[in-house]
Design a protein around this ligand. Structure first.
Ligand code: GTP
Ligand code: MG
Length: 195
């Protein structure tokens, strides 16, 4: 999709703050620092519209980015960040669970995993949880620019095997710095928008 207009509609912490629109939504989930906000920026052709940081735990609210009034990306706080207090983690967990299980216009979830490493137990739990709720999922392996090309297939297999990825779940290797994988991710999003 050609993207010109993007609005941060709202940063929400609970359901009464979700935008009162009926636009299809795609949520981005994954560990802190995996690159959710960076992927959002690449998809919308902006440098730092969604704030990124080398410090994990940057995104702390559900951020709704309206793209051309056609699709809304929901950038979600990352999981698995040890420095966030237990209380805070529980609050994030509830906020994310409420959104993912109740939002009617949610058409799919992009789950990001760090393509340099084996997916973590948190990643496995998240994937299983999404499948349990029958939420259409795309796996994106991020930071692939940091992996030698000769190792891409090995990392792809590792993600597939560790998450026990179902045939219905595509996997795309992605780099925010090289913008690799952008078109494939958009293609999946556009397919979901039509559902
Ligand atoms: P939280 O908001 O804390 O959950 O993190 P996030 O998942 O939104 O991560 P963010 O997009 O802020 O990126 C974290 C760091 O990783 C930043 O320093 C980014 O520049 C870097 N980064 C993200 N994607 C890539 C990528 O594809 N390649 C490389 N080399 N660095 C990346
Ligand atoms: Mg973020």
């Amino acid at each position: 999709m050609e993207v010109h207009n993007v609005d941060l509609t709202i940063s929400a912490v609970s359901d009464e703050q979700y935008p009162k629109t009926n636009i299809p939504e795609i949520a981005l989930v994954g560990r802190s620092n995996v690159g959710k906000s960076s992927l959002t920026n690449v998809l919308i052709n902006r440098r730092n519209f969604a704030h990124t940081s080398s410090q994990p735990g940057k995104t702390q609210t559900l951020n709704f980015y309206d793209v051309e009034d056609k699709v809304c990306f929901v950038d979600v706080p990352g999981y698995g960040y040890a420095k966030v207090s237990k209380k805070e983690r529980e609050r994030f967990g509830k906020m994310i669970e409420q959104y993912l299980t109740q939002r009617e216009q949610l058409r799919g979830v992009i789950q990001l995993v760090d393509a340099r490493h084996e997916p973590t137990p948190d990643d496995v739990n998240m994937y299983n949880w999404l499948q349990y709720y029958n939420i259409p999922t795309l796996i994106v392996g991020t930071k692939i620019d940091k992996v030698k090309r000769s190792a891409w297939n090995r990392q792809l297999s590792l993600i597939k095997k560790t998450l026990d990825v179902e045939n219905s779940t595509p996997i795309i290797l992605f780099s925010a710095t090289e913008k690799k994988g952008k078109d494939d991710v958009w293609q999946w999003i556009e397919e979901r928008m039509g559902k």
